[in-house]
Design a protein around this ligand. Structure first.
Ligand SMILES: Cc1cc2nc3c(=O)[nH]c(=O)nc-3n(C[C@H](O)[C@H](O)[C@H](O)COP(=O)(O)OP(=O)(O)OC[C@H]3O[C@@H](n4cnc5c(N)ncnc54)[C@H](O)[C@@H]3O)c2cc1C
Ligand code: FES
Length: 291
């Protein structure tokens, strides 16, 4: 029985009935992460919306600026604290560059969360190998937070992470805390600086520095598609089944809820059936470029 006098139940019902409903959210914090990349923390203006909003690792919001447009942006914050929505944004085009000109206290439109999440429950009892490059770590950071919440439920956890230069790496101030909680972090860059202590080379090469058990490892990957191709190649070479490799894809989006067809991938829509897919489900379409 729905309690319509309860504001939080009411806004949950409204969001289900009107899935494209936009809500104003205020920027509460901006944190520079790397060149032309920053994390924006947003809080819904309406308390009932704020209280009823929940997301799962891997989901995204549509961020809207009046007169400019909308862009899908992953949630990069802790799903256990849904009142603070973190979005790590690279200033790429119209919407994201305009967001880059905003200040703490400014308001933008937010609708979501949308999309299929990373399969956290399927990871329980398994070794988890997270492989990512550049801003691809953003939609995977909530996975790391979810694992840290119940670290004992998961086996060995690896983060294989690469960026162009050390200065392009995200969230580096958190790596030490993650390692203390038994997450093994391996870093690589294309171009090293004199003080660099990690590896130099492409991300998939990091597979050669760890030993995975194919019977109980799940691989999660997000980043440039060319990187993910080689990640999948290395994972398959280690006899990790296709069903245990998960990828997060990006495609041009408009509606974000499976109505307009802009994000079609084979018989699926990335906004609704993805962005996270088991590789086995999309293997034939993975090489098809967006247009
Ligand atoms: C599910 C999903 C999750 C995503 N999560 C994130 C995320 O967490 N963080 C994030 O930053 N992005 C994320 N993206 C990507 C983001 O949505 C796109 O980059 C989006 O197009 C940005 O909107 P825009 O209006 O700023 O850029 P658009 O105007 O749409 O630009 C699109 C493309 O054109 C290029 N472009 C546009 N203008 C210029 C210019 N002046 N010079 C050179 N190139 C230009 C951009 O590089 C970009 O590739 C995600 C996408 C999807 C589908
Ligand atoms: S963005 Fe409209 S169907 Fe996916």
């Amino acid at each position: 029985m729905l309690d319509f006098m309860n504001p939080s139940t009411l806004s949950e019902t409204m969001s289900r009935t009107y899935p494209m409903l936009m809500h104003p959210a205020r920027i509460t914090r901006i944190r520079e992460e790397a060149y032309a990349i920053a994390t924006y923390e947003l809080a819904f203006e309406d308390e009932s919306v704020r209280l009823s909003y929940h997301f799962q690792p891997g989901q995204f919001n549509m961020l809207y600026l009046p007169g400019i447009g909308e862009a899908p942006i992953s949630l990069s914050s802790d799903p256990a604290q849904p009142g603070v929505m973190g979005h790590t944004i690279r200033y790429a085009g119209n919407v994201t560059q305009a967001i880059g000109r905003l200040q703490v206290g400014d308001v933008i439109g937010v609708r979501g969360p949308y999309g299929q999440p990373w399969p956290i429950d399927q990871l329980r009892g398994q070794d988890v190998c997270i492989v990512t490059g550049g801003i691809g770590l953003a939609p995977l950071r909530p996975v790391i937070y979810a694992i840290l919440q119940q670290r004992q439920d998961f086996g060995r956890v690896f983060l294989l992470y690469g960026a162009r230069t050390p200065a392009d790496m995200l969230y580096t101030d958190e790596f030490e805390a993650w390692e203390k909680r038994d997450i093994r972090v391996l870093q690589t860059v294309d171009r090293a600086a004199p003080t660099w202590k990690g590896h130099v080379g492409v991300v998939p090469m990091l597979f050669y520095h760890i030993r995975l058990d194919p019977r109980k490892t799940v691989v999660l990957t997000c980043g440039p598609e060319i990187m993910m191709h080689f990640v999948i190649y290395e994972a398959l070479a280690r006899r990790i089944p296709k069903e245990r490799i998960f990828v997060s894809l990006e495609r041009n989006m408009k509606c974000g809820i499976g109505l307009c067809g802009h994000c079609q991938l084979g018989p699926t829509f990335v906004c609704k059936d993805g962005p996270v897919y088991p590789y086995a489900a999309i293997e034939p379409f993975f090489a098809v470029e967006d247009f």
